[in-house]
Design a protein around this ligand. Structure first.
Ligand code: C5P
Length: 241
């Protein structure tokens, strides 16, 4: 069901299109998609996405949209016209917001005669642990229960999948089935620094549990040799590196 065969998505968290293109040029053969998040998008704009698409990259536009349904639907149309292969919204925006985002993306893709992007819901960020979740944010119950509830809501709203921690993959698979897309950031190869990620696993563990895509940023982009770092991840998950 996925648009991408290689499950490795590298996060291009840089400031300029030049830096992004340099990384993309080196990493393209080893990645299924490249992720443009809020750092690059807010400094270089949609042009960053256009330039990567011109280089034949599949682009995951990770802006984590969260606003009233009408506004999110407008952004979903814009990202679809831009050519995003994947984009995301926050599940916390609720059912109507997610439904309107998914419907807008499909409708706009139909009008432009292009394949609709995969619309993905962000659940609980991997930088949030149980203490932050309950004491700062005031949620009751476990992170896993909230993630599964939001995954079900996203599926009912017609979304293609969710972003979640590798720790929640099994529970989401059980609740939402084998075709539901699960994108997992918070992936750290053995020995890599956790940085600000709190709920992590290795690429091997995440793929074995059923992740559809792995999002990896700093362990690749900040490595002395990003290509070697990407190839090591592919080898770890059993793909030719
Ligand atoms: O450098 P690192 O591997 O930690 O980067 C992870 C990437 O995944 C970042 O671009 C971050 O914005 C994104 N992310 C996400 N959802 C989360 C955690 C991280 O999209 N829950």
């Amino acid at each position: 069901m996925s648009l991408i065969k290689n499950p490795l998505i590298v996060a291009l968290d840089v400031d300029t299109v030049d830096e992004a293109e340099a990384l993309a040029g080196a990493l393209a053969p080893y990645t299924g998609a490249l992720k443009v998040g809020m750092q690059l998008f807010n400094s270089a704009g949609p042009e960053a996405v256009r330039r990567l698409i011109e280089k034949k990259a599949s682009v995951f536009v990770d802006l984590k949209l969260h606003d009233i349904p009408n506004t999110v639907a407008g952004a979903a149309r814009a990202l679809t016209r831009l050519g995003a292969a994947i984009f995301n919204v926050h599940a916390a925006g609720g059912r109507a917001m997610m439904q309107e985002a998914a419907n807008a993306a499909r409708d706009e893709a139909g009008k432009s005669g292009i394949k609709p992007p995969q619309v993905i819901a962000v659940t609980v960020l991997t930088s949030i642990d149980e203490v932050i979740f309950s004491q700062e944010l005031g949620f009751h119950g476990s992170i896993e229960d909230r993630v599964v509830a939001w995954a079900r809501l996203a599926q009912e709203a017609g979304l293609d999948g969710v972003v979640a921690s590798p720790k929640e993959i099994s529970a989401i698979r059980k609740a939402c089935g084998k075709d539901f897309v699960i994108i997992t950031p918070g992936v750290r190869p053995a020995g890599a620094a956790a940085n600000d990620q709190k709920r992590t696993m290795t690429p091997y563990e995440a793929v074995n549990l059923g992740a559809s895509y792995l999002v990896v940023g700093r362990p690749v982009t900040a490595a002395q040799d990003p290509v070697e770092a990407a190839r090591a991840i592919l080898k770890e998950i059993g793909l030719p590196g």
